[in-house]
Design a protein around this ligand. Structure first.
Ligand code: C2G
Length: 440
């Protein structure tokens, strides 16, 4: 019996896949098909897979072509599988020509012609073309636009900005095509709002009232009452209102949260985060695009605290250094939190420099995340006995913005219902922003 083995993602199974499987089957008597697991796809840069693993396995099963279906979960598994199942032939489409020659050491390698003119990417794009309008003039808008290219089925519909600010040439050209915020939402299914925090509420409300989904840089609003109002509109219109704290969508951060919930450091007793970026701030002429520290960094710094310890802190103590002539502009802020059984603190600053690290202390050990912790692809779990320490690395492309956009898309498509930044956390973040910005 000649055993043939092949692998694929098989997202939205199509004629190209099926032709490949038929020809693979014809190479022998027994066909093993490896279907890639989501995490394995993500680790090799395929973040857009639209169907779940089980949907893709079921589609392969229904072809009746596979004598055995296995799941491909890790780099190097092909060698293990060829040995385990005593495969005589490994085959894959010609788009991989040369990439698997090393398997010749274990079995015969055959590349079969790829079927031109059809691809999962194309099918995904047709399924879900989402037009996203951009709002704002800072560099983060450039990054967001560039990251949209990595998410299938998403395209930029235009940009509304107050001046060119820090926009790149591509976006500067686009500005003239959209004369107002209303004109932008008319040609968009969703908007990404990165304007000044003081403009968020009106823009978020207008977009939602016009049936447009919203992803907004945090803080989404400047007061809790404004936020509950826009949340109610989103709820009533069944629209997505997403708090755009990109750290929340990074793989490393989410794995870290799961490990903590699983007790890897025991009971968490303290969470300390620091986020600073020293900006050129002139008290006499404050550039409009520079946000104060609690708005620029507060949401990010608060996120792990509220995710790990919850939002029911008992007391807070705050210290801010503000600009002499702009009492609502904090150059540096420290906020300490007292919980029933834990403490926490944030240190944030646009006019100060410190070590941008995060330390999460527990009864069995602690987690250390080096600067810049908020866009990390790496963290350590450390114990009393250093030989027990563990290091974790996770892919983080483009500062994690593409994962944020994908989460937004999946929330809109209804593929996921869980928002990485819950309205409760968003609201508590806004409460802290209010407290710190309250200059009374
Ligand atoms: N394929 C094809 N014609 C197409 C599209 C895909 O022949 N129009 C082939 C691919 O060459 C591959 C198989 O169908 O052999 C599955 O393709 P994908 O689902 O895109 O997965 P891919 O990442 O290419 O799988 O490690 C090997 C990879 O897992 C191969």
């Amino acid at each position: 019996m000649t055993k043939v083995i092949t692998y694929g993602t098989y997202d939205f199974l199509h004629e190209g896949h099926i032709r490949l499987l038929k020809r693979a089957k014809a190479l022998g008597d027994y066909l093993i098909v490896g279907v890639t697991a989501e995490d394995f796809d993500k680790s090799r840069g395929k973040i857009n897979v639209g169907q779940s693993l089980m949907e893709r396995v079921e589609a392969i099963r229904q072809t009746g072509l596979a004598d055995k279906i296995i799941i491909e979960e890790y780099e190097g598994q092909k060698i293990d599988d060829i040995r385990r199942y005593e495969a005589d032939i490994f085959t894959v489409g010609s788009d991989w020509e040369g990439k698997f020659d090393y398997l010749n050491e274990f079995c015969k390698v055959v590349y079969l012609d790829r079927t031109e003119g059809i691809s999962s990417t194309e099918i995904r794009s047709q399924n879900q073309e989402l037009r996203i309008g951009l709002v704002g003039e800072t560099n983060i808008v450039n990054k967001f636009k560039n990251e949209c290219r990595f998410v299938n089925g998403v395209k930029v519909s235009g940009i509304f900005a107050n001046g060119t600010g820090y926009l790149d040439d591509e976006l500067k050209k686009l500005i003239s095509e959209t004369t107002s915020f209303e004109a932008l939402i008319d040609k968009s299914d969703a908007v990404y709002i990165a304007s000044k925090p003081s403009e968020h509420y009106n823009q978020v409300k207008t977009a939602l009232e016009n049936g447009v989904h919203v992803i907004c840089e945090s803080p989404v609003c400047m007061t809790q009452s404004e936020f509950s109002e826009v949340s109610a509109i989103a709820e009533e219109k069944r629209l997505v209102l997403m708090d755009g704290i990109k750290t929340a969508y990074s793989i490393a951060f989410n794995r870290m949260m799961l490990l903590i919930k699983g007790g890897i450091i025991g009971e968490t007793l303290s969470v300390d985060t620091t986020c600073t970026s020293l900006m050129d701030i002139d008290d006499n002429c404050l550039p409009p695009h520079i946000w104060n520290s609690i708005c620029a960094w507060g949401p990010t710094a608060l996120l792990p605290i509220f995710k790990i310890l919850g939002t029911d802190f008992k007391q807070i103590m705050k210290f801010s250094k503000t600009l002499p002539s702009h009492r609502d502009f904090d150059l540096f802020t420290k906020v300490s939190f007292l919980y029933d059984n834990a403490v926490a603190s944030i240190k944030v600053g646009q006019g100060v420099k410190s070590e941008g690290e995060m330390v999460i202390a527990g009864t069995k050990g602690y987690i250390y995340v080096p600067a810049p912790w908020w866009k990390t692809d790496y963290f350590e779990v450390r114990y009393e006995n250093p030989s027990d320490n563990r290091r974790y690395f996770y892919q983080l492309e483009g500062e994690g913005i593409r994962y944020e956009i994908l989460s937004f898309l999946n929330l809109i498509k209804g593929k996921v219902s869980y928002n990485q930044v819950s309205p409760k956390i968003s609201s508590k973040i806004i409460r802290i922003v209010e407290e710190v910005s309250d200059t009374k």
